[in-house]
Design a protein around this ligand. Structure first.
Ligand code: PMV
Length: 351
């Protein structure tokens, strides 16, 4: 393959975060999931990544400068260089160019929102676009998204799901023939209009960086005494969720969403154990349940390996849910931080 080293140029992508309803928890090999997962793509919480390339003499090393929110970050630089190095066989240009990478999140600073899904998917998309320009790879629309999802997954498992409008499925399930362990696929055309307007109000209970990484959490699954039961549960929940999403069935959606969030907490309570919950988290989830029972409004919660609570509901009940959040839940939000997000579209190419 010919790799030109004369050009300079830029590519940039904006990619969203996502929130899993059926959780990916536990992995093996090269970031393959123990169970399939389904997530909703968000619209406000996203990362913008720009890569400028400059010619550089061929090297065995990755040559990058990495800036996070305009500040050079040696911590991210080392992590990204390692990731890019692992991909240099697939993207030969990586050893011929110097890359200046700028990345920023559009969600508030230190809001305790996981950004690996949006940042790794934005980076993978930039790699795909660079590869077309610098390794003369032809564009094939279907393959582009599948490969981008594959490379995003190698950076962070959940990032594989951030590339598709509305919702995505990652991991093999016999229910969908095209599903795969290597990449996610979009579920946009299998979703009832009720779920295309899904709202996600995220109550930031604690904005501090989490003390236990997802990597350590996934590792706990290897010898987990509940492993077999968890795999059975997750596969069963995938089946029920696919059907609920197709039918617009909120009752089943609520049951699955809360069952998965509570299961995640239980899976962390192994040996050794850890907890990411705060007192406010428990108070909020109890109040959501009471509110739902007393008003019959379809609203539920999920959690994202941290203390912050994602409150999920259809747009048609938005006013009533916002009233409830402001009256009964705002007191548990650190610095009154709540992000009102909703399902969104696929990533956007900026340059
Ligand atoms: O992609 P990771 O390694 O950060 O793991 C994500 C794990 C959860 O957010 C808890 C679940 C999920 O499916 O996103």
């Amino acid at each position: 393959m010919e790799t030109s080293n004369k050009n300079t140029g830029k590519v940039a992508w904006q990619s969203p975060s996502n929130i899993a309803i059926v959780k990916y928890w536990g992995k093996y090999g090269l970031q393959f999931p123990l169970n399939p997962s389904i997530s909703f793509t968000l619209s406000k919480a996203h990362t913008q990544t720009e890569i400028e390339y400059l010619p550089h003499s061929e090297s065995k090393q990755i040559n990058i400068e990495y800036y996070f929110e305009y500040q050079r970050s040696s911590q991210f630089e080392a992590k990204v260089a390692k990731y890019l190095h692992s991909l240099s066989n697939d993207f030969p240009f990586l050893l011929h160019y110097k890359l200046i990478i700028h990345s920023k999140n559009t969600f508030p600073h230190s809001a305790g929102i996981a950004s690996s899904a949006s940042s790794m998917s934005a980076l993978a998309l930039c790699l795909m676009s660079l590869s077309q320009q610098l390794d003369n790879n032809e564009h094939n629309e279907q393959k582009f998204w599948t490969k981008a999802s594959h490379y995003a997954r190698l950076g962070s498992g959940s990032a594989s799901r951030s590339l598709f409008p509305y919702a995505a499925l990652w991991g093999k399930t016999e229910l969908i023939q095209e599903s795969a362990q290597e990449y996610a696929l979009g579920l946009g055309n299998r979703i009832h209009s009720e779920f295309k307007s899904l709202q996600d109000s995220i109550i930031i209970v604690d904005a501090k960086k989490k003390q236990v990484s997802s990597r350590a959490g996934h590792a706990l699954m290897n010898n987990h005494p509940y492993k077999a039961a968890r795999l059975q549960q997750a596969n069963g929940n995938i089946q029920k969720l696919l059907s609920a999403l197709e039918k617009g069935d909120w009752e089943s959606f609520i049951e699955i969403s809360e069952n998965e969030a509570l299961s995640l907490i239980r899976l962390m309570s192994s040996s050794p154990w850890y907890s990411l919950l705060k007192a406010g988290t428990l108070e909020i989830i109890n109040r959501i349940r009471e509110f739902r029972i007393s008003t019959k409004i379809p609203v539920c919660f999920t959690l994202d390996a941290g203390p912050n609570v994602h409150i999920l509901y259809p747009q048609r009940v938005k006013n009533k849910v916002l009233e409830f959040i402001n009256k009964d839940l705002l007191i548990f939000a650190a610095e009154k931080k709540i992000i009102h997000d909703k399902t969104g579209n696929a990533p956007i190419r900026l340059i």
